[in-house]
Design a binder for this molecule. Structure first.
Ligand SMILES: NC(=O)c1ccc[n+]([C@@H]2O[C@H](COP(=O)([O-])OP(=O)(O)OC[C@H]3O[C@@H](n4cnc5c(N)ncnc54)[C@H](O)[C@@H]3O)[C@@H](O)[C@H]2O)c1
Length: 359
């Protein structure tokens, strides 16, 4: 009988909400004990406590010291991941960190070394890996269907409400590179089993600048990878409010023996309602909310499954499983580092206009 891991969450904002849903769901299923949430926003804590019923703390250190969880998930703004992750690791707590693991390669290495020193699980939320269509891409690549992969192309584009309305206070600290490209870079690396060698990027600052926000509108990244594989990634977060989905995304991969293309946005279901004032696509693969027969809310989709994977890994470890046995079965710190190296190099290339060697 698997032990139930005790879990806390740090950061209960827009995406932290997904963590809360995942652990409420898992607790209902008897797969974890969901203890508490820490966030510096006390009004938000009240709202989340009302909805999800866990204990709340304004100070994450106090939460970790009092609750003594087996694992903690971190969904604070990107530039705060490092300090908070290290604080949890110092207390001997397994960690699951939102992407990017950190916005510097040195910060990622510091986190990786600390987790390894403590014998702790360090998992990164690269949830594109859990999309069933991307799992299929990965499976076909592992079976050799592509032959030798030669190149890939991915795009990911958010509606402008993301930097403009979601978090104008820290959009300038992030970018379409940190927020979006990092997902697709990890996805391609995982499918092609390769690492970046050099990076060249170009970008534009027009639309957000016109709204008084100092952040990149769009970035085009060209990555040369090991084994003569190349990857191009175009990202932006300035799509018009009328666009049919919050995110437009997809990936295509070409090898010596085959090609596969996945439209990860338009899965074939479209609507148009007067109240919305626009056409809309429905990506139920990412997130869905239904009711079970007892009338309880049930959450599903790969956004939830990626987080649930952490709880399942913790249960495996609590039952006596070894960290080594999980190697390669989840996005780990080294995956976080490799993706961060590429995105950090893309920003260096944007700043200098040069090709950046990351070997
Ligand atoms: N995996 C994904 O696809 C995905 C999607 C969206 C966001 N994210 C990531 O999730 C993270 C959070 O993004 P978000 O959209 O939820 O941002 P957000 O601003 O909505 O939420 C961040 C929360 O962290 C809290 N916070 C800030 N400092 C804190 C501290 N010191 N201690 C405790 N809480 C603190 C804030 O009060 C806020 O509630 C980011 O790293 C983002 O890149 C990932």
């Amino acid at each position: 009988m698997a032990q139930k891991p005790k879990i806390c969450v740090i950061g209960g904002g827009r995406f932290g909400l997904m963590h809360l849903r995942a652990f409420r769901q898992l607790a209902n299923e008897g797969r974890c004990e969901f203890l508490a949430l820490a966030d510096v926003d006390e009004q938000l804590l009240d709202e989340r406590a009302w909805e999800f019923g866990m204990r709340t703390y304004a100070d994450y250190g106090e939460m970790l010291d009092r609750e003594r969880p087996d694992g903690v998930t971190i969904a604070t703004p990107d530039h705060l991941h490092r300090e908070i992750t290290l604080a949890a690791i110092e207390r001997g707590v397994h960690v699951f960190v939102e992407k990017p693991l950190d916005v510097t390669a040195s910060g990622c290495r510091q986190i990786i070394d600390a987790a390894a020193g403590g014998g702790l699980l360090l998992e990164v939320d690269f949830h594109k890996r859990y999309d069933p269509y991307h799992l299929e891409l990965h499976r076909l690549a592992r079976e050799g269907k592509f032959g030798e992969i030669e190149y890939g192309y991915a795009w990911m584009e958010d509606r402008i409400e993301v930097p403009r309305d979601w978090w104008p206070s820290w959009a300038g600290e992030s970018s379409p590179g940190w927020f979006l490209a990092i997902h697709m870079i990890d996805l391609f690396r995982w499918i092609a089993q390769t690492r970046g060698r050099s990076v060249y990027a170009t970008g534009a600052k027009k639309k957000l600048a016109s709204l008084g926000l100092d952040a990149w509108d769009s970035i085009s990244i060209a990555v040369e990878m090991e084994r003569d594989i190349s990857f191009q990634c175009q990202v932006s977060w300035i799509l018009p409010d009328a666009f049919e989905a919050i995110v437009n995304q997809g990936i295509r991969i070409v090898g010596t023996e085959g090609i596969m293309e996945v439209d990860s946005q338009d899965r074939g279901a479209e609507s148009c309602f007067a109240a919305d004032g626009r056409m809309a696509t429905h990506n139920l693969g990412f997130f869905r909310e239904t009711k079970d027969k007892a009338g309880r809310t049930v959450y599903g989709g790969y956004g939830i499954e990626a987080i649930a994977d952490f709880a399942d890994n913790l249960a495996f470890l609590l039952d006596g499983g070894k960290l080594d046995e999980l190697a390669g079965k989840y996005p780990d710190g080294l995956d976080g580092l490799e993706a961060t190296k590429i995105v950090a190099a893309a920003h260096e290339s944007l700043a200098t206009g040069r090709l950046i060697d990351i070997t």
